[in-house]
Design a protein around this ligand. Structure first.
Ligand SMILES: *[C@@H]1O[C@H](CO)[C@@H](O)[C@H](O)[C@H]1NC(C)=O
Ligand SMILES: *[C@@H]1O[C@H](CO)[C@@H](O)[C@H](O)[C@H]1NC(C)=O
Ligand SMILES: *[C@@H]1O[C@H](CO)[C@@H](O)[C@H](O)[C@H]1NC(C)=O
Length: 330
């Protein structure tokens, strides 16, 4: 009897071990999920949030900067932190298409803090995605749950960023570049609405104001009441570093105002104005400008963008420092 009881106990323990193994399938089947760090680094999300709050508190522009770096990260090699790597002139972050992207030092500070709290656990790619979400909600945009579990990529090459959406792209080109990333016209309009916060440099306005369509003229879609303002801010042969808000009406609130601006010819960036050129995107602009479910849909588009090319399981690595790949044994 005693022997039987013993075996039964061993059997139970074995069953429990088996159940635990089944509950945590092999990493190769891993997927992004909400709360990936719940057990391994419960403080992960609050550490990111505290740092983003501090950064945005000291300079409002950091909200737009953190939102933008997430977008630029996801568009090249997927959301894998590849834009953060700084390993020489050929680094992806030096690509022309990433010109003006910033926030690297904020991400690196969050990473350093997390390495002290739970070393080797939280990926840089996830920090970027979480920081963007916090930037959105701190700008009075929607709060949404971020899927986590991304791993950091092992490739950084500026030639891979050659196809970034450009401010001077046509509607046709923008739609196609988004489609190549699995993003629809609706996602294009919603994600462009991120320009509801932040600024641009006059550098990106030159073609729109003075050389539109390869001609000596400005973009005819600019409202005649708005054109003088833009030209005064960014004169021909003026300082290209002067900055202007992308949504002059509610420049620090992430809302649907920018879509109403576009409808009235008050878009600042050419790429935003182009959304009104094509029948499909124009219809979407009209829908949200007229009071659609912007907040919920913007959040959904962010989550969708955050899944692009995400590496999970045994792919990639968890970098110790966001700006460099981990040293691998040779
Ligand atoms: C982590 O916690 C959040 C909030 O309590 C919950 O919604 C989520 O499902 C949890 N995720 C995992 C993987 O345990
Ligand atoms: C980057 O890509 C280019 C073009 O494919 C290649 O010639 C170059 O060697 C690559 N650089 C690095 C550092 O991998
Ligand atoms: C472009 O047009 C403006 C205003 O009509 C004129 O002053 C300027 O000289 C023109 N530039 C060129 C290169 O044609």
């Amino acid at each position: 009897m005693r022997g039987f009881k013993g075996n039964c106990f061993v059997f139970l323990v074995e069953m429990l071990v088996l159940l635990r193994v089944l509950q945590f399938p092999c990493p190769c089947l891993a997927e992004l999920r909400v709360g990936f760090y719940n057990r391994t680094c419960p403080l992960a999300e609050s550490v990111v949030r505290a740092k983003v709050k501090e950064a945005v508190g000291s300079d409002r522009q950091n909200a737009a900067i953190l939102l933008r770096i997430h977008f630029h990260d996801c568009f090249v090699e997927g959301c894998d932190g590849s834009i953060l790597v700084d390993n020489g002139e050929d680094s992806e972050r030096n690509a022309f298409g990433h010109l003006g992207v910033g926030g690297f030092e904020i991400i690196e500070e969050v990473k350093a803090k997390l390495e002290r709290v739970c070393p080797g656990v939280v990926s840089c790619a996830d920090i970027v995605a979480l920081a963007a979400r916090d930037a959105v909600s701190l700008s009075r945009g929607p709060f949404y749950e971020v899927l986590t579990g991304r791993r950091d990529g092992l490739v950084s090459n500026k030639s891979l960023a050659a196809n970034m959406p450009d401010v001077d792209d046509s509607a046709r080109v923008l739609r196609s570049k988004f489609r190549q990333k699995g993003l629809s016209d609706k996602d294009l309009v919603l994600l462009s609405s991120a320009h509801s916060i932040g600024t641009t440099a006059c550098f990106f306005m030159g073609t729109r104001l003075y050389r539109f369509d390869h001609k000596n003229r400005s973009d005819p879609s600019i409202n005649p009441h708005f054109l003088p303002t833009l030209k005064t801010k960014c004169p021909l042969d003026g300082d290209v570093n002067v900055r202007l808000p992308l949504d002059p009406v509610t420049e620090s609130v992430l809302d649907d105002q920018i879509l109403r601006n576009i409808r009235k010819g008050f878009a600042v960036l050419s790429s935003d104005a182009r959304l009104y050129d094509h029948r499909s995107t124009r219809h979407i602009v009209e829908t949200y400008a007229g009071g659609g479910s912007f907040r919920g849909d913007f959040a959904k588009a962010m989550v969708k963008m955050g899944r692009i090319g995400a590496k999970t399981g045994r792919y990639g690595e968890i970098r110790r420092v966001c700006s460099s790949f981990n040293q691998r044994p040779v």
